[in-house]
Ligand binder design. Structure first.
Ligand code: PNS
Length: 173
């Protein structure tokens, strides 16, 4: 029997978005299993909105109906984790040219560290091309409607968050 093809989709997922969901579903076309893994060492230095545990839980709930998708968390180097779980492919979504520059650099570093782990870039459907965790956090915090941009498991948590109080111009002294 051939070994199952495991694809690792790593990220901050703060929170997981409909764009990430789209990428996972595309990866299932060529992988037997997709492990969506939240990194404890994020690229952003800002305080996260959700804890790693909460982010993993939201991913798990989002893909509850898909037995081939697993939610996980990892510490340390991505390539070490990939090898540990038997993933030969790392999946990353690319939306924009600026994504591309960052992603190519990261893929090259990962290849230098682990030539046996291949990075595969996937483009989301156009309707997700502007969706990011950062923008979702910002819009949700300011009271905007993000229901089209996040899975239900995330929306439930976001609407529970207190919106930022609106300050009227006349109140600013
Ligand atoms: O969603 P993000 O923040 O763009 O994901 C970035 C992530 C988590 C994939 C990246 O920072 C990462 O791989 N972190 C683990 C530590 C590591 O291996 N760093 C070297 C990668 S070149």
């Amino acid at each position: 029997m051939t070994e199952p093809r495991v694809a690792l989709f790593p990220g901050s997922f703060d929170p997981v978005t409909s764009g990430h969901e789209d990428i996972v579903r595309r990866a299932l076309a060529f992988a037997d299993r997709v492990v969506v893994a939240v990194s404890h060492s994020p690229t952003q230095s800002k305080k996260p909105m959700f804890s790693v545990e909460e982010r993993v839980r939201m991913i798990r709930e989002t893909f509850a109906g898909e037995p081939r998708v697993e939610a996980a968390e990892f510490q340390g180097l991505l390539v070490d984790y990939a090898r540990r779980i038997g993933a030969r492919v790392v999946v990353r979504g690319v939306r924009t040219v600026s994504d591309w520059e960052y992603e190519v650099q990261m893929a090259a570093m990962n290849r230098a560290l682990a030539p046996d782990v291949e990075t595969v870039f996937l483009a989301p459907a156009p309707e997700h091309s502007f969706v990011s965790g950062t923008l979702v956090r910002q819009v949700a915090t300011l009271g905007g409607d993000v229901s089209r941009f996040v899975p239900a498991a995330v929306l439930r948590r976001l609407v529970r968050e207190e919106p930022v109080p609106v300050v009227r111009p006349e109140e600013i002294v």
